[in-house]
Write a protein that binds this ligand. Structure first.
Ligand SMILES: Cc1cc2nc3c(=O)[nH]c(=O)nc-3n(C[C@H](O)[C@H](O)[C@H](O)COP(=O)(O)OP(=O)(O)OC[C@H]3O[C@@H](n4cnc5c(N)ncnc54)[C@H](O)[C@@H]3O)c2cc1C
Length: 413
């Protein structure tokens, strides 16, 4: 028997084991997946929690429910990979051997990486919404917020779902207006980027939306520390941004065991070939989803599209055939804009988000880079698709590779 060991039963890991269980001969393969606990979180749902949108039981489900019975699910904290011995050590002393290893342990917010964030103001006037506990604490704080400076802050790129802080800003602005508080709140968006987003056409569009909503945008802000006593963010070039309520997206980092195993870059993401997801250092290790260092958005959609390519490639690779599939960095994200509307962006390594229709030209039903009600309904419907189609590894009628069909290239000066 050959052993496939997958670390992490989140979005990517769960899809991988469920799809490969159907594809690999059962008399030849044992498939094992490891995760630390039984709580699978639908992370896109965190965005709505601060505004009273979802309750905990709508976004947390039992992990084992989604892992096929023929796959061995092991609960434990991964402590270290010993790549030369082809073995993974768990924190409780168990050792799991492998013939092929897939690292799918994602990336996590690390508030400890910015001095002052975890000080006396943490979860008093400094919050995050990249964890469920953080999003719930922020909800309680917003319920009693009655005015002042609300600052939304991105510490460092890459972060998972790079549009989520923008979505939070749009939703907060709409929420304050609905509550009659907008006139009493100064809203600021503070980013290390030189604009609202990483890609020029979308950045211009989203920047315009922030300006329309009278959100002050502070760019190129490389945070050095937070001063909790004076309630200011301080950058390396000594600029200061004051806040009454700070909503920060902390530095996102891959799992510590990746660093301990000598497998990561400076943010503990695993260097891989961006088309095949094979480790650049070991020919029996892959990294899929947020855990890898591919230059695509860290997003569930990227995990989904890349898993499609990975699974076909993996089935060829283990029989000695070349991996002919090439992941193109395809990402597809709904961007909530408040008032029951959303935009949709669709892009890959080479093509930035462009306006147009998706997936059918002239018909949509979704509009790219345009705020519509249908896009918002698409975002809400995605939660159902996640639990019922995506995680079980059922086919979804969306191509893994980005298509130019329906997209319009704007004339640039
Ligand atoms: C606020 C927010 C909004 C988002 N919105 C969107 C969106 O609208 N659209 C979109 O496409 N994506 C969105 N995302 C991103 C999306 O959730 C992630 O990109 C996706 O979950 C990545 O999947 P993954 O399998 O790589 O990692 P994860 O799903 O995070 O899974 C990693 C798993 O590894 C486990 N693990 C980690 N370390 C260890 C260890 N040492 N031992 C054992 N187990 C371990 C974890 O418990 C976890 O289950 C959002 C994320 C956030 C935080």
């Amino acid at each position: 028997m050959r052993n496939l060991l997958v670390l992490g039963a989140g979005t990517a890991g769960t899809m991988i084991v469920n799809k490969l269980h159907k594809r690999l001969p059962r008399d030849e393969w044992t498939i094992t997946v490891v995760d630390r606990d039984d709580d699978h979180h639908y992370q896109p749902g965190y965005l709505f929690v601060p505004f009273g949108g979802y309750a905990r039981d709508e976004i947390v489900r039992s992990r084992h429910h989604f892992v096929h019975d023929g796959v061995r699910l092991v609960y434990g904290e991964v402590d270290r990979v010993a790549p030369d011995d082809h073995v993974v050590h768990l924190a409780d002393g168990r050792a799991l051997p492998y013939d092929y290893l897939v690292i799918a342990t994602g990336t996590s917010p690390r508030p400890d990486q910015t001095p002052g964030v975890l000080g006396p103001e943490w979860r008093r006037s400094i919050f995050d919404f990249y964890t469920l506990d953080g999003a719930e604490a922020l909800h309680r704080a917003l319920e009693v917020f009655d005015g002042g400076r609300l600052v939304v802050h991105v510490s460092e790129m890459p972060i998972k779902c790079p549009v989520a802080p923008l979505e939070f800003t749009f939703l907060a602005e709409a929420w304050l207006r609905e509550r009659g508080l907008r006139d009493r709140v100064e809203l600021a968006y503070v980013t290390p980027l030189d604009g609202a987003f990483t890609k020029p056409v979308a950045s211009e569009h989203l920047g315009h939306m922030l300006a329309e909503r009278k959100v002050e945008v502070v760019t190129d802000f490389m945070v050095e520390r937070v001063d909790p006593d004076r309630k200011v963010l301080v950058s390396y070039d000594e600029r200061e941004v004051p806040f009454d309520l700070l909503v920060t997206v902390p530095v996102n980092m891959g799992a510590d065991f990746v660093a301990r195993s000598g497998l990561g870059d400076e943010l503990n993401h695993v260097p891989v070939d961006k088309h095949t997801l094979l480790s650049t250092a070991y020919d029996d290790i892959f990294a899929v989803g947020d855990a890898s260092n591919i230059p695509a958005s860290k997003a569930g959609s990227v995990a989904h599209f890349s898993v499609e390519v990975f699974v076909d490639n993996f089935c060829r690779y283990v029989t000695g055939e070349p991996m002919t599939g090439r992941f193109d960095g395809h990402a597809n994200c709904f961007v909530e804009s408040g008032g029951g509307k959303a935009l949709l962006i669709d892009f890959n390594y080479d093509t930035e988000p462009l306006p147009g229709d998706y997936p059918l030209p002239g018909l949509g039903p979704f509009r790219l880079l345009e705020e519509t009600r249908t896009n918002h309904l698409g975002k809400l419907a995605f939660r159902w698709m996640y639990w019922n189609l995506l995680l079980p590894g059922r086919p979804i009628p969306l191509p893994a590779h980005m298509s130019m069909t329906g997209k319009h290239t704007p004339n640039r000066k």
